[in-house]
Ligand binder design. Structure first.
Ligand code: FE2
Length: 269
């Protein structure tokens, strides 16, 4: 809310009268500022309450910021090389972000939660689908990894993976297969469906399982980018080798947190 200064602040003359006018004027402005601060704070808290699904899948508080890479460009070596990460983040991801913010400028989407945009993506121009997806998916991908990652899942997520896929090794095999089988460019995902069941899926281009056009919708927990720009410099045409190496940098702590938050957000008994 914009605060305009009241006209009584214009210094037309000095003296007691002016002091009183300035005093009441100051009180008026302080009052307006208090109302404004309260309104901003209320809006922020309303937004947080409206976005449990968003909070469960991504760590950043401001959805329309370009988030910093959570580690240095060379942190995922030797599994994902420095130059690939640098170009991928600073050129590809940044371009999706820039194009997305340009595409939503002056529209209702500027004040919407990105999850709500995805839920209605079929109603919006294709530029929103491609660039909003590219922006979100890459942020989610960077936060799926960490240097010296690769430990195995623990706790409830581990139990759920074993229950769903039979074993952790079988889950990895099916996830890699999903990435390998994606024709052209896209993503492989581990997701939670609305019944609280894990599933693996793949989306083309910059689509994701939060979009209303997705073949199977769910809350994403883990993703791997299988566009060639994610691996070509180091692995060339060997996408399978990149997918095998990916397990060495998965941040299972973060994936487990996503699982717990996503599961809670379903409010299952
Ligand atoms: Fe990418």
């Amino acid at each position: 809310m914009a605060v305009k200064f009241p006209r009584i602040f214009v210094p037309i003359k000095s003296g007691d009268c002016m002091k009183k006018i300035n005093y009441f004027g100051s009180m008026f402005v302080i009052g307006l500022l208090c109302i404004n601060t309260r309104a901003v704070s209320q809006n922020a808290s309303e937004k947080q309450m409206k976005a449990p699904a968003y909070q469960s899948v991504i760590n950043n508080q401001n959805i329309f910021d370009f988030p910093p890479l959570p580690y240095s460009y060379d942190a995922l070596e030797p599994y994902i090389d420095k130059l690939t990460v640098e170009i991928h983040y600073s050129k590809h991801h940044k371009a999706y972000y820039d194009n997305f913010t340009k595409a939503i400028a002056g529209t209702e989407m500027e004040s919407m939660d990105i999850i709500d945009i995805f839920k209605n993506i079929s109603k919006y121009p294709v530029a929103i689908r491609n660039n909003g997806g590219g922006y979100f998916n890459h942020t989610f991908y960077w936060e799926s990894m960490k240097p010296q990652g690769g430990e195995t899942p623990t706790g409830e997520l581990s139990a759920s993976i074993i229950k769903t896929f039979g074993s952790f090794e079988e889950f990895k095999k099916q996830f890699e297969e999903s990435g390998k089988m994606r024709f052209g460019s896209g993503w492989a995902w581990l997701c939670l469906d609305d019944k609280g069941k894990l599933f693996i899926c793949s989306t083309p281009n910059q689509d994701n399982p939060l979009m209303d056009i997705a073949e199977k919708k769910g809350i994403p927990l883990l993703t791997v980018d299988v566009w060639e720009h994610a691996y070509y410099l180091k692995y060339q045409n060997k996408r399978a080798d990149y997918l095998t190496a990916f397990w060495n940098v998965v941040d299972w702590n973060n994936v487990s947190k996503r699982y717990e938050n996503a599961y809670k957000s379903l409010n299952l008994k």
